[in-house]
Design a protein around this ligand. Structure first.
Ligand code: ACO
Length: 332
């Protein structure tokens, strides 16, 4: 896990402002304390300052005083955030009163801080479902230019070094978009290639997965992956991408050679792009649980600013790691 230490060291150089809107939550406060103690990022918390500070004291935390604490009841920026929301959601008919009500929810306030340039990134989800974290982000921070779909990648640290890059692989989409079209799947592949370079710090070899290898099966679901592979290659000629490949043909050299002899990816893939969220989410959880892999993420990709979602079962160190990853994304 040297990579995670490297990611933390890199984050320290950039000193980004990361907002943790679930500021009443014990694991979040403990993680904030660790991030501040190590200097990984600046931390912004949301809530009544005296409540947060007395909670922190109760947990024996010594560094929370260094965080910026935004009090949603008194902060002078709330009114201008409401105006910004009304402007962004003009076509949806959002009123100022509705915007002010939404800003009572720290998940909305956090995304508006990012939109207004008062924070560089967000980590949330220790206490909220994925959809509740993502919806405000989709509505106000929106996707990066040229990208229409947000997706979630996992860095998979496998016990068996024969796979991927010395045991490191990247899986996507495992978290966000249930049933992508061919074009969306191509965007997910390209975004995952970029995340692999920026965060996993390895050169991606991307396999577009299917239940067919190079025409071995005929079905509209296979056609989607074939088309996505073609589009992804067109969108990013700098990335090594191939498909459609079955999982064994993607990761086992002898099977890759026999099923797809002309592929430069078959057998040696270090990035797996799944055809649907169903397959990606199931696969990463099976590899995590049955092969004992460490799954770091989801790292959300395609958003205009980095916002990352935690699993509700996350540990303090999961939160610290994701803050460091978010700070690295913000620095790019
Ligand atoms: N990328 C970019 N924008 C999106 C995306 C996407 N993938 N999905 C929805 N949006 C936008 C829509 O265009 C819409 O924008 P608008 O309001 O400006 O028109 C807005 O987000 C809301 O869209 P809805 O379709 O109404 O959003 P909904 O809330 O129904 O769904 C959500 C979005 C919550 C992300 C949904 O796709 C979802 O639930 N995905 C699965 C998440 C999940 O449960 N993952 C598994 C658990 S995570 C884990 O195990 C690690």
């Amino acid at each position: 896990m040297d990579l995670l230490n490297q990611i933390k060291e890199n984050a320290k150089k950039h000193n980004k402002r990361i907002v943790l809107p679930e500021s009443w939550e014990e694991r979040t406060l403990r993680a904030a304390d660790e991030v501040l103690a190590e200097g990984i990022a600046q931390i912004i918390l949301i809530g009544e300052p005296s409540d947060i500070l007395s909670k922190a004291e109760g947990f024996g935390l010594k560094n929370i005083g260094k965080a910026e604490i935004v009090n949603p009841k008194t902060d002078s920026r709330i009114d201008s955030y409401a105006d910004l929301m009304v402007e962004i959601r003009k076509s949806k008919g959002l009123t100022k009163a509705e915007a002010l009500k939404l800003l009572e929810d720290p998940l909305y306030l956090a995304t508006l801080m990012i939109k207004a340039g008062d924070a560089d990134g967000e980590v949330a989800g220790a206490n909220n479902a994925t959809g509740d974290v993502l919806r405000p982000a989709f509505q106000y921070v929106k996707t990066a230019p040229g990208i229409s779909v947000v997706s979630g990648a996992f860095l998979m640290f496998l016990k068996d070094n024969q796979f991927g890059e010395n045991g490191l692989m990247v899986f996507a989409d495992c978290a966000v978009h249930p049933n992508p079209t061919a074009k969306e799947l191509a965007e997910i592949a390209v975004a995952t290639g970029r995340t692999t370079r920026a965060i996993a710090q390895i050169e991606p070899r991307i396999a577009m997965l299917s239940f067919s290898t190079k025409g071995s099966a005929k079905h509209e679901m296979v056609d989607k992956v074939v088309e996505a592979t073609r589009l992804a290659k067109e969108m990013a000629p700098d990335l090594k991408i191939d498909g459609e490949l079955q999982a064994d043909a993607a990761i086992i050299p002898s099977i890759g050679k026999s099923k797809a002899p002309n592929s430069e990816i078959a057998g040696v893939a270090n990035v797996l792009v799944f055809p649907t969220l169903e397959s990606g989410n199931i696969a990463y959880k099976l590899v995590q649980r049955m092969a004992g892999a460490e799954a770091v993420g989801p790292v959300l990709q395609g958003m205009a600013a980095p916002i990352n979602d935690l699993s509700r079962g996350c540990s303090v160190s999961d939160i610290v790691n994701l803050v460091a990853i978010t700070a690295n994304q913000a620095a790019k």
